[in-house]
Write a protein that binds this ligand. Structure first.
Ligand code: NAP
Length: 276
């Protein structure tokens, strides 16, 4: 039962909480000097652009990859260009032991984790009546289990540290049934992580923020397939897919002190696809 008006007017000890001790200059708020950011799915696509954004803002960055060894060279290039510390780690996110070990290793190597960006994902885009049980399990193991394992073990670090910031890459497909390719399992896997992230924002309210990014079609390996491409251009109000450089600012905002009053939010960045 809700509290009565009388109960609600009683001051609660410790409230209101103090404002954070952050700069008032917005460009200073956006700087990540001294912060440690983990990005998974960081070898290419959205994850690589996000890792670049973090290094450009002066963060030290741990880039996780699974099969794409280019992450190693790209990590070294970021360190050299931006004069920050980086390292690449090979981690299969659907294996909870690997995730646990990799998080412990990052903490050993970098001393802490300020921001964890759970970005890895995959799709086997088929109608359920054509999808095998193994294909269903594979998508759930990466998109759902992978995010959950990263959140669980990064969350343990955040709680121990007393601070942290989790950003989950979901999808507009968690909001809308995008067309014309039926892909109910992928869509539902993204709806899971969106609501999971919002729920964590409450669970972790004493020590960490959690936000979700829901991209529409971006021009990456996972972007619009030849079957979906022309419909993607028609459905998006801006008439095209996004370029990965156009998503960097959003992740930087969410990773930085500029978003210190933001938690439990799911931000659509889709060129207006979900609008109609
Ligand atoms: N592009 C879009 O239109 C779009 C739209 C909405 C949402 N998204 C989401 O954005 C995220 C990034 O996708 P992207 O567009 O940048 O495509 P991408 O370049 O194919 O990136 C997907 C990343 O996920 C990683 N990954 C896949 N399976 C993994 C596993 N089992 N363990 C660890 N890492 C794994 C891949 O790592 P390796 O290459 O090293 O194997 C890859 O770097 C995904 O979560 C995707 O669902 C993309």
């Amino acid at each position: 039962m809700s509290m009565s008006v009388e109960d609600c007017t009683q001051a609660r000890e410790g409230f209101p909480r103090p404002y954070p001790n952050t700069p008032s200059n917005v460009l200073e708020q956006l700087r990540l000097t001294g912060k440690v950011v983990v990005v998974n799915g960081a070898a290419d696509g959205i994850g690589l652009a996000v890792a670049e954004a973090m290094a450009e803002a002066n963060a030290n960055v741990a880039l996780w990859y699974n099969s794409n060894e280019a992450a190693v060279e790209r990590s070294q290039a970021l360190a050299k260009i931006h004069n920050v510390k980086t390292a690449a780690y090979k981690v299969e996110v659907s294996d909870h032991n690997q995730v646990y070990e990799a998080i412990a290793t990052v903490v050993r190597d970098f001393g802490k984790i300020d921001v964890f960006i759970a970005n890895a994902g995959m799709a086997i885009s088929k109608p359920i009546l054509e999808q095998t049980v193994d294909e269903y399990r594979k998508q759930m193991s990466v998109n759902v289990d992978g995010v959950l394992f990263c959140a669980k073990y990064a969350g343990e670090v955040f709680k121990r540290q007393g601070f942290g910031n989790l950003i989950i890459t979901s999808s507009m497909s968690g909001h809308t049934v995008n067309v014309p390719v039926d892909q109910p399992v992928y869509n539902a896997s993204k709806a899971f992580v969106t609501h999971f992230g919002k729920s964590l924002a409450r669970e972790w309210r004493e020590f960490a923020r959690v936000n979700i990014v829901s991209p529409g079609f971006f021009d990456t390996k996972m972007g619009a397939s030849p079957l979906a491409m022309h419909e993607a251009y028609r459905m998006s109000s801006l008439g095209r897919q996004g370029h990965v450089k156009e998503i960097k600012g959003l992740y930087l905002y969410l990773a930085s002190d500029a978003s210190s009053y933001m938690t439990g939010t799911d931000v659509l960045i889709d060129g207006g696809y979900v609008l109609p």
